[in-house]
Write a protein that binds this ligand. Structure first.
Ligand code: NAG
Ligand code: NAG
Ligand code: NAG
Length: 389
């Protein structure tokens, strides 16, 4: 249960910064500093990172609108996944063109994608500019847009030098985003980084003539919001194990009515939520779900996380006394343990524990080391309900 360990660590170091100052004696400060850095390291591991991405001097940097829209489609304001079936993998990465050519040539640096990530789909997003109305072309309604993978940059205008990835008819007078699927090329770049010589786009009339008047926005000459972009949908494999566990979980709790999804009650009093201290008076309270706000600003991560600013992880607290009612969502095992405890049949058997029995995923939108915007989904981050187990 890495989440449980992490929550207790976060509670230790982040929940009580003022305590650290009060107990500012020699040695102890060192020790708490160590605990803090260990806790932050563990928290990064939960988010699948070794080091926090470099805090960028990127005042002007805007995440691509596509990524913001995608995030808002998938996640609510707290980052909690609205519908787990919307995203196929668990990662979406966006890349801007590094070539900045005035030709329709693009190159994307994929060095931040882990070798272990499985590429599910790769899309080239190009913004088609409004056609410069020209009487000569009025008889054409469509043009053919071809996207090629460059195999040999010295032979780009012969067929041996490039490989056709995607071809489509596009209305000549349209403007806006055009999306081309180029998954195979990106997979080949992932297995051999050196083979990434970029992409070439040609626009022809239906008769096969070059059509110079149909243009796409380039990274060099056009507004940031129209820059050519590569979007990768990948999976880092971290989901596999937790899917098993959530399947197991749903078997166990099949008889128990679960919370309607996705509506973990939002705290009424502001975003800062009183921590568990309200109930520290002796464990009378029955097992229940209480707020636990994880604030990325407090942790020092607000420089690279775009959204959310923090999220309510909730925590489970309270006693699981005999007899366990159905509202305690007990497993059969917990019911038996509770009975053994009440009957004192065996020494040293405690009452069952109040723990999360349903967990939701959250989504993070962040800048990676190379200033690419990444959307990543993390399973089992929010306690959806608590039960006696
Ligand atoms: C903290 O530890 C370092 C060595 O690890 C030591 O040099 C330093 O004096 C210690 N500081 C305090 C306040 O104890
Ligand atoms: C890709 O980016 C990485 C990190 O920013 C850099 O080290 C590498 O040289 C780049 N590769 C190419 C081909 O530009
Ligand atoms: C093809 O490439 C050669 C040399 O790379 C160049 O001289 C020639 O103009 C190109 N042809 C076209 C139609 O672009």
């Amino acid at each position: 249960m890495p989440v449980v360990i992490w929550m207790s660590l976060v509670g230790l170091t982040i929940g009580r910064p003022s305590l650290n100052y009060l107990e500012n004696r020699f040695g102890e400060e060192n020790e708490s500093e160590e605990v803090r850095s260990e806790a932050i390291k563990r928290l990064l591991e939960v988010f699948g990172m070794e080091d926090p991405p470099a805090a960028l001097a990127r005042g002007h940097k805007q995440p691509p609108q596509y990524m913001l829209d995608l995030y808002n489609t998938i996640a609510d304001v707290d980052g909690v996944t609205k519908d787990p079936t919307l995203l196929e993998g668990n990662t979406v990465r966006s890349f801007f063109d590094k070539l900045h050519s005035d030709q329709v040539e693009f190159r994307f640096n994929l060095s931040t994608v882990a070798k272990s990530e499985k590429v599910l789909t790769a899309e080239l997003h190009l913004f088609k500019l409004r056609h410069q109305a020209s009487l000569t072309f009025n008889r054409h309604h469509f043009c053919q847009v071809n996207v090629y993978q460059v195999l040999d940059s010295s032979k780009m205008n012969v067929s041996q030098g490039k490989k056709l990835l995607s071809s489509r008819l596009v209305p000549i007078h349209s403007s806006g985003w055009e999306v081309f699927t180029i998954t195979q090329a990106v997979r080949s770049w992932m297995s051999d980084e050196g083979s990434n010589l970029g992409l070439l786009v040609t626009v022809r009339t239906l008769a096969g003539m070059d059509l110079k008047t149909v243009r796409f926005a380039s990274g060099r000459d056009h507004h940031h919001s129209k820059q050519p972009m590569l979007v990768l949908f990948t999976d880092d494999g971290r989901r596999a194990t937790s899917q098993e566990s959530s399947l197991k979980g749903s078997d166990e709790s099949a008889a128990v009515s679960s919370l309607p999804f996705p509506s973990p009650p939002r705290p009424s009093a502001g975003r800062r939520i009183a921590r568990s201290t309200d109930y520290d008076d002796g464990g009378e309270m029955p097992c229940q779900r209480l707020p636990l706000y994880v604030d990325f600003e407090e942790i020092g991560w607000s420089g690279w996380i775009v959204s959310p600013r923090g999220y309510n992880a909730y925590h489970c607290k309270g006693s699981c006394p005999f007899p366990l009612g159905q509202n305690m969502r007990p497993t059969n095992h917990a019911t038996v343990q509770s009975i053994i405890n009440a009957l004192k049949l065996t020494k040293g058997i405690e009452t069952p524990c109040c723990v999360p029995d349903k967990l939701f995923s959250i989504n993070l939108l962040y800048f990676d080391d190379d200033e690419n915007v990444v959307l990543k989904q993390y399973d089992d981050m929010v306690a959806g309900s608590c039960g006696c187990h």
